[in-house]
Design a protein around this ligand. Structure first.
Ligand SMILES: Cc1cc2nc3c(=O)[nH]c(=O)nc-3n(C[C@H](O)[C@H](O)[C@H](O)COP(=O)(O)OP(=O)(O)OC[C@H]3O[C@@H](n4cnc5c(N)ncnc54)[C@H](O)[C@@H]3O)c2cc1C
Length: 392
């Protein structure tokens, strides 16, 4: 792969909206991505392996639990800092950001928000340091966009629960030490269950042959009469709102992350267009290529503003789930479109692993589907503005 020459676009001087602390955190994550992710990520993706060597570094830059309080091992940062870290690591690769998102928002967040003090103390410091890696099991083979139909269940056996069922498409599953799993109790109420690796009847087969997020491990979670101690149930919230609360936090991070992927594609295409000579001139001198590049920076700038504002609302505790849906949907679509356009700017070189664009493009095909599909997020906006649900 070519050396990482990334220069972040900031067309509307958005740095002026950030504090010194935000910039320090962002720059540390940017520097780390350049040093530790860029040199190894293409090979990891080509070989479809998650590069475990980056786990310690992710912990050090605060990517595991950025907003989790310091007393539980988190970085205790605000929502803009969290977003900026996600932006920088997805600039490197969406799979790396996915690993961090799952760890922070889908595993640490529910234990922090819905768990008791014993659960927080037992799991959060180890998840923050990367000693434990986690995964989040909501999707099932027959229930993706409609998780409320889930059939995975727990049965009260007096001194413990029995967990049965299966989850599919679970990021980090093949190597996770701990899984936060959503299952229905006998009353049909969705409960959060902490499942530890090693529990009898719990297996995590890996999903192979993905063309997308190849540097992120994906797998199934299979529960065959798994004996769950009662202290492993998250006591403080149940119902579908519990997993959806985690998804709000993760989707917010994805909205920032997608900007990172888009910035990398734009920056790569801009540099290439200025250097590549055809018909005796740099291809950047042709109007059609300028149109592509000008539209890219316009869309990135709009997404940056939308997402910064969402971060302010999150810091004030005022962001709604529907606002988060809008940003996730807009930004991932924007990034995927930019990846496709940038790929064309590079001509044949765009399909090779010499450049990051094709990898970003393939990754974004998962990002536009997971954590609520592009269409479902549109329908959430539709519901929010009309009051009428069009998806059930
Ligand atoms: C790489 C990867 C990693 C993932 N990681 C995780 C993870 O860690 N944990 C986890 O729990 N899940 C994970 N997922 C699963 C992901 O969240 C689901 O794939 C997603 O929610 C969509 O579900 P589905 O694939 O079953 O699609 P479906 O729900 O079957 O949808 C198929 C199509 O139908 C459309 N559709 C569905 N219902 C409606 C409707 N009512 N109206 C209009 N259109 C509709 C959808 O928009 C979509 O285009 C991951 C997925 C991928 C690809």
């Amino acid at each position: 792969m070519k050396p990482d020459l990334f220069q972040a676009p900031d067309y509307y001087q958005l740095d002026d909206l950030l504090t010194e602390e935000h910039k320090l955190i962002r720059d540390a994550a940017r520097e780390w991505t350049k040093r530790e992710v860029s040199p190894i990520i293409e090979e990891a993706a080509q070989n479809a392996v998650f590069p475990k060597s980056i786990i310690n570094g992710l912990a050090e830059i605060g990517a595991f639990g950025p907003y989790i309080p310091v007393k539980y091992g988190g970085a205790g940062l605000d929502q803009i800092s969290y977003g900026l870290i996600m932006q920088e690591i997805e600039r490197g690769d969406s799979g790396v950001r996915s690993t961090a998102s799952v760890q922070s928002s889908l595993v640490m967040y529910p234990i922090w928000k819905y768990g008791n003090e014993a659960q927080r103390n037992k799991y959060l410091p180890k998840l923050a340091s990367g000693e434990f890696m986690g995964c989040f099991g909501l999707t099932e083979p027959d229930h993706g966009s409609n998780p409320s139909g889930m059939v995975t269940n727990i049965k009260d056996m007096g001194d413990h629960y029995l967990l049965n069922g299966a989850k599919m498409w679970i990021s980090n599953a093949p190597f996770a030490d701990v899984a936060v799993v959503w299952a229905k109790n006998e009353a049909g109420r969705i409960k959060g269950v902490i499942v530890d690796r090693g529990m009898e009847g719990f297996t995590t087969p890996e999903t192979h042959n993905k063309w997308s997020l190849r540097a992120s491990a994906t797998g199934e979670l299979i529960f065959d009469n798994v004996k769950i101690p009662k202290e492993n149930i998250l006591p403080n919230k149940d119902g579908l709102g519990a997993p959806l609360g985690c998804l709000d936090s993760a989707r917010y991070g994805i909205a920032w992350g997608a900007i990172g992927a888009a910035m990398d594609c734009y920056d790569t295409a801009l540099r290439y267009a200025k250097e590549r000579i055809q018909f005796g001139k740099p291809i950047a001198s042709f109007q059609l290529q300028q149109k592509k590049l000008a539209e890219m920076i316009t869309e990135i700038t709009k997404a940056q503003l939308l997402t910064w504002r969402l971060g302010v609302l999150r810091n004030e505790g005022k962001a709604t789930s529907a606002q988060i849906s809008m940003a996730k949907r807009n930004n991932v679509d924007m990034a995927l479109h930019i990846a496709r356009e940038a790929r064309q700017v590079l001509g044949a070189m765009g399909i090779t692993g010499e450049y990051s664009i094709m990898r970003h493009m393939m990754n974004l095909e998962s990002v536009i589907t997971y954590e609520g599909t592009h269409d479902i997020h549109l329908l959430i906006t539709g519901l929010d503005i009309t009051g009428i649900p069009a998806f059930k």
